[in-house]
Design a protein around this ligand. Structure first.
Ligand SMILES: Nc1ncnc2c1ncn2[C@@H]1O[C@H](COP(=O)(O)OP(=O)(O)OP(=O)(O)O)[C@@H](O)[C@H]1O
Ligand SMILES: [Mg+2]
Length: 304
């Protein structure tokens, strides 16, 4: 059964159409990333799935069941990490997780709470009051909260915003572990490196429209090119090749940009450099960031 199916979703706030006829599906056991600039409509899509917001039109199905407001089945299936940090002020991390379990009618899950606190690097902070926690700790607690009832589908809206690089990497590992143990994951992120590292597939939202969707690797392959640096032993031969970007006489190197469909052998055959003259060939594959520049025109819009 398909964990999530969004069909022709439209979300308007007054005159503003924040989500414009968006349709996509998430496959079981994948990490799917929704990417797009600020205000693109990512949170509006998530809020429609969680029924915090009522869609203007369109439908959302979770494991084959249509999502309605106050839907009990949906509540049990979904774990949600909201973008906004909420403050539980005077309660400790442990208490927050216990209360939240109660909200799902779960009582004796102390072991699972301990597991989550450990996994999210919160064990030593378990007795801290929330108001004494840093932003990154609060973000991790939100993730633990979303997982107390072991949901089948986890929605993470900017899960690593404000989390330092080291912790971000351990969170990625944890998200992968969750995926590998059968949880399906939808996340939004501003970090393209994160999406590239983590997401099996990505969808790109811009001005409320889904402008691209596909497996991350395939999307990168389709939208980017490779840079090939060739280092030569002797002085550079004259070269008029159309893919030549620059030559460096001092380094005795030449940089070419070729499509992902062009083989290195093909390039070398065209160049006809004597093989014994080639010291090194370095290939730099395109990044998701490059794919974004192609799609949106300006990466700064997204990475800022
Ligand atoms: N409750 C609301 N009322 C009115 N307008 C809203 C509301 N929530 C969002 N919007 C508007 O809808 C558009 C999409 O916002 P949304 O929060 O979905 O974007 P986003 O892609 O999540 O952005 P970000 O990357 O900044 O989190 C924006 O123009 C935003 O101002
Ligand atoms: Mg958002």
């Amino acid at each position: 059964m398909i964990p999530l199916k969004v069909s022709n979703l439209v979300k308007k706030y007054g005159d503003l159409e924040a989500v414009k006829n968006v349709s996509f599906e998430i496959q079981s056991g994948e990490i799917f990333g929704l990417l797009g600039p600020n205000g693109a409509g990512k949170t509006s899509i998530i809020s429609s799935i969680t029924t915090i917001e009522k869609p203007t039109s369109g439908s959302i199905e979770l494991f084959g069941g249509r999502v309605e407001r106050e839907n009990k089945a949906a509540k049990a299936i979904l774990g949600v990490v909201p973008q906004e940090l909420v403050n539980h002020g005077f309660f400790s991390a442990f208490e927050v997780l216990e209360f939240h379990s109660g909200y799902y009618g779960i009582r004796s899950n102390k072991k699972h709470i301990e597991f989550l606190l450990n996994k999210l690097g919160l064990w030593e902070h378990r007795d801290k009051k929330i108001k004494q926690m840093s932003g990154g700790m609060k973000r991790r607690l939100l993730i633990a909260k979303a997982l107390v009832h072991q949901p089948k589908l986890l929605l993470l809206d900017e899960p690593t915003a404000g989390v330092d690089i080291e912790l971000r990497a351990s969170l990625w590992d944890f998200v992968r572990e969750l995926r590998d143990s059968g949880t399906t994951i939808l996340l939004t992120t501003h970090y393209l490196e994160e999406a590239e590292e983590l997401c099996d597939r990505v969808g790109v939202i811009n001005h409320g429209k889904l402008i691209k969707i596909g497996p991350t690797k395939q999307l990168i392959k389709e939208l980017t090119s490779r840079q090939v640096a060739i280092y030569l032993k002797n002085k550079l031969p004259p070269c008029q090749h159309i893919n030549l970007i620059k030559s460096n006489a001092q380094e005795k190197s030449m940089l070419f940009e070729i499509s992902n469909q062009t083989g290195i052998g093909e390039l070398l055959a065209q160049l006809k450099f004597p093989m014994e003259d080639i010291i090194d060939i370095q290939i730099q594959e395109g990044r998701l960031e490059d794919a974004f520049v192609k799609l949106l025109g300006d990466k700064n819009e997204l990475t800022s």
